[in-house]
Design a protein around this ligand. Structure first.
Ligand code: GDP
Ligand code: ZN
Length: 368
């Protein structure tokens, strides 16, 4: 059985429930007694069917129908890693989700399609392990993208350079990686020999929540398996009723030996159109620092006098490829933003239409 702290509960969430708490703000149990709601964490999600974990164990949960109806976007629905307040149904292993607590961080992606809609992949994540393989497949440009996305979530990225056993010139590769990952801790691992697994374990501290992202085939599943070993605790395995549905395709929480929560997100750990936003600036901090030194504030770094970026390129202090990836990601970001704006505009339009209809109705009533 887990305590709420085991599952990553802390002041950020407790404070959100404080107004519901009539007696003692320091204990979550009172919140529950006072209102019938218990704080629980979404441990598994499969098409709006959830498994929740709380102090009382595991519950299958659904959302009240009105919620699905009223949600304006998918980001308003609970996702794996979210904290919710839920009401257990008497005498059953089922609960109803009553309230979604605000997220500290969120790993999200823009769902494909006409509507730009944010899908939360994992909520309340502290660490994002960006996995790459230290062999000829190593792709620095991809690492940059993953890091930009990771920074954007609000979590801390950690680089995991896997397949160290296959690295031919490891040191040279490490230097290259270092240059595209300013300020990011890097851990070399091998899921085959076990090198670096201990270091990974140390980085996965109690009370923290982590996800693994990276291209297909770099070894994410192997690393997670190696980390968890026989102590793997798929949430579905430790349900109180021991129904033990083991599903490998859904997103779910696992608990590492050191106590950290790992959110496993098979199938969607690869990068598609992920929102990099502000994270771009952190992933390319040296480019942004240089740009701050340009003579013109709106410098496009193409032909302006006093351009610090062009200066650094000439002096060999900035790699041209680094600037190119920065530009490319910036363009992608602008594309996503423009899609978002389209959606906002159409929602605004809908709203105005509704107000218009309401006004007409009111006028009619008055006219009667
Ligand atoms: P994922 O798609 O990122 O989850 O990658 P997998 O964990 O499925 O691994 C892809 C392939 O790489 C599998 O054949 C693994 O056995 C292999 N692999 C994973 N980690 C390592 C490693 O550290 N060294 C070597 N040599 N192979 C590895
Ligand atoms: Zn410039």
């Amino acid at each position: 059985m887990f305590s709420l702290e085991d599952l990553g509960w802390g002041p950020f969430f407790r404070e959100q429930t404080a107004q519901l708490n009539t007696e003692d703000p320091s204990t979550t149990a009172i919140v529950a007694l006072g209102t019938g709601f218990y704080p629980m964490r979404v441990a598994e999600e499969q098409r709006s069917v959830y498994v929740l974990w709380g102090e009382a164990g595991a519950f299958d949960a659904t959302l009240p129908g009105r919620w699905l109806h009223e949600a304006e976007g998918r980001d308003q629905l609970p996702a794996v890693g979210d904290w919710v307040l839920a009401r257990p149904l008497p005498g059953e292993d089922r609960a109803v989700i009553e309230q979604l607590l605000g997220r500290r961080t969120a790993l999200s992606r823009k769902a494909a399609g006409v509507r730009t809609n944010e899908q939360i992949i994992a909520a309340n994540v502290d660490l994002i392990f960006v996995v790459a393989s230290l062999n000829r497949e190593l792709n620095l440009r991809r690492i940059e993208r993953y890091l930009a996305v990771a920074w954007e979530t609000g979590a801390t990225p950690v680089l995991v350079l896997n397949k160290a056993d296959l690295a031919e010139d490891g040191d040279a590769l490490l230097r290259e990686v270092h240059d595209v990952a300013p300020g990011v801790e890097a851990i070399e691992t091998s899921a085959v020999t076990g090198e670096g697994i201990e270091a990974l374990n140390i980085a996965l501290k109690y009370g923290q929540t982590a996800v693994f992202i990276g291209s297909s085939g770099v070894g994410k599943s192997s690393l997670v398996n190696r980390l968890l070993g026989n102590e793997a605790q798929a949430v579905s395995h430790i349900r109180s009723d021991d129904k033990g549905r083991h599903t490998t395709t859904s997103r779910q929480m696992l608990v590492a030996p050191g106590g950290a929560v790992i959110i496993d997100t098979p199938g969607i750990r690869e990068l598609q159109l992920w929102d990099a936003g502000e994270g771009l600036g952190q992933a390319f901090s040296e480019v942004e620092t240089l740009a701050a030194g340009c003579a013109f504030r709106d410098c496009t770094h193409t032909s302006e006098p006093g351009c610090a970026i062009m200066g650094a390129l000439r002096a060999g202090e900035l790699d041209r490829r680094r600037l190119e990836s920065y530009r490319k990601l910036e363009r992608e970001q602008q594309f996503i933003e423009s899609k978002k704006d389209d959606r906002l505009r159409s929602e605004q339009k809908k709203k105005w239409k509704q107000i218009h209809v309401d006004n007409r109705r009111r006028m009619k009533m008055r006219g009667r």
